[in-house]
Design a binder for this molecule. Structure first.
Ligand SMILES: *Cc1c(COP(=O)(O)O)cnc(C)c1O
Length: 234
């Protein structure tokens, strides 16, 4: 078996075990392959195993790969920091954006989403453990931001995303994920049925089990699918 294929078998087994441990259907957890810094050939090999959702952090790099691989019909998710002068190309080339950390970015994406495309799926990034250096809304800001975003025609607010600080202890890993889940549940209490949020984008290679136990619906996995990233290129 190819190395990437073997990695994917392992990640899927972990995902399935965590889903089983929390009484969930494993099909309710999307495995998003984070392909930043990876070449098109590796992405193609991963796509051949049946994975269709890929996450990218750097726009220029992503646009090249999206173009090279366009015949594969992959679904692209933008998960990196967003500068406002980059929103047009994001709106034109992605199906999902997980890293909305300012209202202005959501407004621009809605205005720039081509009307020939379905609404852009978005998640609000939440700085759940309130690290000073990290992007994202605070939990307190979420209700207000959601009211504003509900007015925007060409984006569909799907849920919340977070990148908590790395922790080794499984119980400690679960804590911020539990907080994000509660925030989603509280938010949904105040939303009409047809607007309810259905997405928790949380969990990466090192903590995907903890995230799934706290109801993650998308886990974003790079290293454990593709192997370690070259540190000089991130
Ligand atoms: C790089 C990255 C990941 C994947 O991290 P791994 O530890 O390699 O699985 C997930 N989410 C975001 C936002 C990332 O930037």
């Amino acid at each position: 078996m190819h190395r990437l294929e073997a990695n994917i078998v392992q990640v899927k087994a972990r995902l399935q075990a965590a889903a089983a441990a929390s009484g969930r259907n494993p099909n309710t957890v999307m495995l998003l392959a984070v392909s930043k810094t990876r070449d098109p050939k590796s992405i193609q090999q991963v796509a051949q195993t049946g994975i269709t959702n890929f996450g990218e952090n750097y726009l220029q790099e992503a646009l090249e790969k999206i173009d090279t691989l366009k015949s594969l019909g992959l679904i692209w998710h933008f998960i990196g920091p967003i500068q406002s002068n980059k929103t047009r190309q994001i709106a034109e080339n992605f199906s999902w954006v997980h890293s909305i950390d300012r209202l202005k970015i959501a407004q621009r994406l809605s205005a720039q989403r081509p009307l020939t495309m379905p609404p852009l799926n978005i998640c609000l990034q939440v700085n759940i453990d309130q690290e000073a250096t990290k992007a994202g809304f605070s939990g307190d800001q979420i209700p207000l931001v959601i009211d504003e975003i509900a007015q925007l025609p060409n984006i569909k607010l799907r849920g919340l995303m977070s990148i908590p600080a790395a922790q080794h202890d499984p119980a400690a890993q679960r804590l911020p994920f539990a907080q994000l889940r509660s925030l989603l549940e509280e938010t949904n209490c105040s939303l009409d049925n047809y607007k309810k949020l259905d997405t928790l984008s949380m969990g990466m290679s090192a903590d995907l089990e903890a995230a799934i136990l706290e109801q993650a619906t998308i886990v974003r996995v790079g290293t454990d699918i593709f192997g370690p990233r070259n540190k000089t290129t991130l």
